[in-house]
Design a protein around this ligand. Sequence first.
Ligand SMILES: Nc1ncnc2c1ncn2[C@@H]1O[C@H](COP(=O)(O)OP(=O)(O)OP(=O)(O)O)[C@@H](O)[C@H]1O
Ligand SMILES: [Mg+2]
Length: 381
Amino acid sequence: MTDGRHGVHQPRVGVVGGGQLARMLTHAGERLDLEVRILAKPSDTSMRGHDPLVTVGDPDEPGVLDAFAATVDVVTFENELVDLDVLRALEARGVAVRPGSHVLAMSNKATQRRALAALSLPLPPFVVTTEASGVEKFAAEHGWPLVVKSATGGYDGRGVHMVDDAGGLATLGFDGSEFVVEPMLDIELELAVLVARRPGGDTVTFPVVETVQRRGMCREVHAPAGVSSETERAARHLGESIAASVDAVGVLAVELFVVDGEVLVNELAPRVHNSGHLTIEANDTSQFEQHLRAVADLPLGSTSLRVPAATMVNVVGDTTDVDPRDRLAEGMAAGDAAIHLYGKAPRPERKIGHVTSCGPDRATAHRDAASVAAALMNEPV
Ligand SMILES: Nc1ncnc2c1ncn2[C@@H]1O[C@H](COP(=O)(O)OP(=O)(O)OP(=O)(O)O)[C@@H](O)[C@H]1O
Ligand SMILES: [Mg+2]
């Protein structure tokens, strides 16, 4: 796709969003000499110092996304906080938006659940409601406690409320917006499967990983998941069938719960995902490169694990003012792990980096990753 433009050899990829995912997409693009341009908000610090390929602007402001789209051949996303009407207008003008607005629309948890239910996929029992009475009706059937999730605006557990009884609903503030309500499940294991899909339908699937959350936020990821081949197959099949059914392009992350031995779909993210950060060191092709290949419609790479085991541990801000950027030496001395810091200042419950350790087995990889992450945050392991 050169269009006769001097020096342009491959589609130029424009990423909307300027956080750590954009930063790691940029790294993947550099190796391939793929032009990756970023639309970052003024508050995004992760892409600072990466000019001139960064445009600073708010995609919600009129004209900003249009002007950015005019500088690239394909528009993709590192987060789902984009105005769907603006995207639809871009698509109507023939701009390649990958994944398309119909996939981005599923960032609304209610829309997503309805779409997944229409595909008859295994899901937690749920109801979508705008009212406390709707939650109470669901409780009458399924009992308390319940998990009540805002349809929009949530991430890293924000917007996910564990509610013990009807009294706990008072704090939710029902203002007409939708909530997805589920029983509090007895989850044996959380898994994630990442699928990368090209516009024509070519698809590759990464080995299934286990994710570990604390207070609703992903804290650790282990590859391989160490599940039975039956569970692995079920998870992969869910990922692949969802990607095909919704016509996803790029990386699609599918978060899964194992409950009573059954694999249920928790939610989707139509982008590169925290559960895939370890693919940078642990797999033949990283999720970031795979996403660029998919949206640029280039052949997809091998997803195989290159190592027996890998663990990723997130570096998360806490209430102290420890900044891991001041503790690199301590982190490096604490174990054998690749350190990634995102150019973000520490704040409580904010992901500011991650570390990945590859090893002969899960225990070794986990030990090293946990030690390095703890040293970076000056915490006990
Ligand atoms: N029904 C449930 N029962 C028990 N735990 C749940 C339930 N739903 C969610 N959780 C826990 O809360 C976590 C976050 O929930 P969910 O993935 O729906 O929200 P999120 O904030 O959108 O997450 P993300 O950070 O992936 O965007 C889950 O990974 C799981 O650990
Ligand atoms: Mg989630």
